[in-house]
Design a protein around this ligand. Structure first.
Ligand code: GDP
Ligand code: MG
Length: 440
């Protein structure tokens, strides 16, 4: 009995919570990592608070040390905030769809226009570029050059008419796109070196004239801490529906991504990582999270540790199965695993003759499984280890405690004994399990 007690206590301590001291110590490191990645301070604070909250509720994981576990949570939170899975472009029901680019001068809008055009073209669209940056002398030519490289048409004001009106150009461009059957129009706009009222007004006027399906805020990943104020200014001045990060080929850790995303709530759609038209991709939150954290090696290590742990558990379970040491706890775990078609499910499939049991387990639906789980959770650890001790009065107590009928408890216990017998027979028949298996 003392052996059992020790085992029960061991499970208990393994199922404990992460300690506050562990969480605080790792949180301090994460804070530094985020600040080094140029995430804005208020964003870092809010983020750390969120992670601490979640880590406090987390159970201790058998395979990871507490620091690794907190880092895993941080990584998951980061991926979640950065967008989970990537959102696709919103396109209009009635073409042409209009995508307007906005952002500071030098952010990479004009370059992006070419990249986007090429990318859209490869997907079977017929995009048209529109030059609405009439501020800088060679901005129009620059757009025409990238347009040519991408092999798409560029709409620009006729030269020699002095400085044109970008709103007028935008309007005429949409009409032309409709006429020439371009299904997507990408509008390049002017930027300034800093946030500027006049610039915002012009961008807002263009927006009103073209009624874009997407306004993409283009932001240089290298601007770091300034990302927050810039994003807020564009959000308030023009409004945007998505974000594009540029210059990710540089050495910036990409904290701007987290800042912009947290502050504006708008999704990051694309990432630019070079001057060539091909240096462009949809945004991948997981890659960005690992870059911001700067702990790529650590994340790989965590993944490997978890995989090794799963494997070890599966082997232990198989060992128990074949030596007739199966407990109700294992039984429940198996059913959960089979539902996920996890490692134990696969292992069962590989055991000769176990197909039958696997089928039986696989038939269990989620509702049924919830019930089984409730019943098993309603037992004491000792009862789970040795269901033989569950007599009539205990069955009634378990039934009452888990909100099921006594018959359902009986069914479960009987099925468990059947399964255990079956596994033991199989082990005998096929010579599994070796000599170690005589528990009760
Ligand atoms: P705009 O003022 O917003 O239109 O910015 P531009 O498209 O003219 O880009 C400004 C500068 O940044 C140019 O020299 C581009 O070649 C460069 N650039 C744009 N995107 C990237 C990028 O993803 N990586 C790198 N390394 N340079 C870029
Ligand atoms: Mg430009």
């Amino acid at each position: 009995l003392s052996d059992r007690l020790t085992a029960a206590l061991q499970t208990l301590s393994r199922k404990g919570r992460l300690s506050d001291a562990d969480i605080d110590a790792t949180a301090r490191e994460i804070r530094i990592a985020l600040l080094e990645a140029d995430v804005a301070l208020p964003v870092v604070k809010a983020f750390i608070a969120k992670v601490k909250e979640r880590a406090k509720g987390a159970e201790v994981h058998g395979a990871l040390n507490p620091a690794q576990q907190v880092i895993k949570i941080v990584n998951e939170e980061l991926v979640g905030i950065l967008g989970g899975e990537t959102r696709r472009l919103n396109l209009a029901k009635n073409p042409p769809s209009v995508i307007m680019l906005a952002g500071l001068q030098g952010a990479g809008k004009t370059t992006l226009a070419g990249k986007l055009a090429l990318w859209l073209k490869k997907q079977g669209h017929a995009p048209m570029l529109v030059a609405c940056d009439l501020q800088r002398p060679n901005a129009v030519t620059q757009l025409q050059v990238v347009g040519e490289r991408a092999g798409v048409v560029t709409f620009a004001p006729e030269p020699g008419n002095g400085v044109g009106d970008p709103v007028d150009v935008a309007r005429r461009a949409i009409a032309e796109a409709r006429h020439a059957q371009h299904d997507i129009v990408v509008v390049d706009t002017a930027g300034r070196l800093g946030v500027d009222e006049e610039l915002m007004k012009q961008a807002a006027d263009i927006r009103d004239a073209v009624e874009p399906d997407e306004v993409l805020f283009v932001v240089d990943a290298m601007i770091g801490q300034d990302a927050v104020t810039t994003a807020e200014a564009f959000r308030d001045g023009v409004g945007f529906t998505g974000v594009v990060l540029t210059k990710l080929d540089g050495d910036a850790r990409g904290g701007a991504a987290l800042s912009v995303r947290e502050v504006t709530g708008q999704p990051i759609l694309f990432a630019s990582n070079g001057e060539k038209l091909e240096d462009f991709d949809t945004f991948h939150p997981d890659r960005m999270a690992s870059r911001i954290l700067g702990m790529g090696d650590m994340l790989t290590l965590i993944e490997q540790a978890e995989q090794a742990f799963d494997q070890e558990q599966a082997e232990q379970a198989a060992q128990k199965l074949t030596t007739g040491q199966l407990t109700l706890e294992d039984f429940l775990e198996q059913m959960l695993a089979v539902r996920k078609m996890g490692p134990i499910g696969n292992l069962l499939g590989m055991l000769p003759g176990a197909g039958q049991m696997k089928d039986q387990l696989a038939q269990v639906d989620d509702k049924h499984l919830d019930k089984l789980q409730a019943i098993i959770r309603g037992m004491t650890p000792a009862e789970r280890d040795d269901p033989k001790m569950i007599n009539g009065s205990r069955r009634l107590r378990i039934a009452n405690g888990s909100g099921v009928s006594v018959r359902e408890v009986n069914d479960l216990v009987n099925r468990f004994f059947e399964a255990r017998k079956m596994m033991a027979q199989m082990a005998g028949k096929f010579g599994f399990g070796g000599g170690g298996g005589s528990k009760s």
